[in-house]
Design a protein around this ligand. Structure first.
Ligand code: GAR
Length: 206
């Protein structure tokens, strides 16, 4: 038997995606385990979700910036991930742009979930962007992380309809439901070593 893939989750908010990943691992649907949960926000609920399951978690420290981390802080983050012997970093509602120290340390081993069908609506509150744009279809993307913002090779995507009368909240809820299924599924493919990256394209093999 191979060992479960060791995942480190980074998040800034509620952590419902982290919960979906931890659930899928716990019920054996994904051959992986979340070994550490880290947050850039001291009181983020994602940390509480980890604590409730007895999974090590930590606030990585106060940053002066909003959209990135100081180099030292990101180096500290890398040290914590290494200490936990993390093999895959999963960004789950992590609202900072990942910089070189982390990208270098986990090259090709960082994934993100984004609440739109990329390349449409990158950036913040993508469901709201889609709604305000008048799009009829929204969705979810799981992708590898590169040096750009929401630009890495796409692993899985799934659409979610935008319905008449939708508010930002109702649409985000529908998107969340898709996310909670799609993220564990993408991680399962990685844990089973079933992905091959060819340029920008990610093929599922076997
Ligand atoms: C999710 O919808 C995720 O896709 C989004 O933040 C939410 C976090 O929810 N991420 C981004 O917008 C990243 N640019 P969660 O904390 O309940 O998982």
């Amino acid at each position: 038997m191979t060992q479960p893939l060791r995942i480190g989750v980074l998040g800034s908010g509620s952590g419902s995606n982290c919960e979906a990943i931890m659930d899928a691992c716990a019920r054996g649907a994904v051959p992986a385990q979340v070994v550490v949960v880290l947050s850039d926000i001291a009181d983020a609920f994602i940390l509480e979700r980890a604590r409730r399951r007895g999974i090590p978690s930590a606030f990585i420290g106060q940053s002066r910036f909003k959209t990135k981390l100081e180099l030292e802080l990101e180096a500290h983050l890398v040290a914590l991930l290494r200490e936990a012997r993390v093999e895959l970093v999963a960004l789950a509602g992590y609202m900072r742009v990942v910089k070189q120290p982390l990208l270098e340390a986990f090259a090709g081993r960082i994934v993100n979930i984004h609440p739109s069908l990329l390349p449409s609506f990158p950036g913040l509150k993508s469901w709201e962007q889609a709604l305000n744009y008048g799009a009829k279809v929204a969705g979810v993307t799981v992708h590898f992380v590169n040096e750009g913002v929401d630009t890495g090779p796409i692993i899985l995507q799934e659409a979610a309809p935008i319905l008449p009368g939708d508010t930002a909240e109702s649409l985000h809820q529908r998107i969340h439901a898709v996310e909670h299924k799609l993220y564990p599924e993408a991680i399962r493919l990685i844990a089973e070593e079933r992905l091959r990256i060819v340029g920008r394209r990610v093929d599922v093999v076997r």
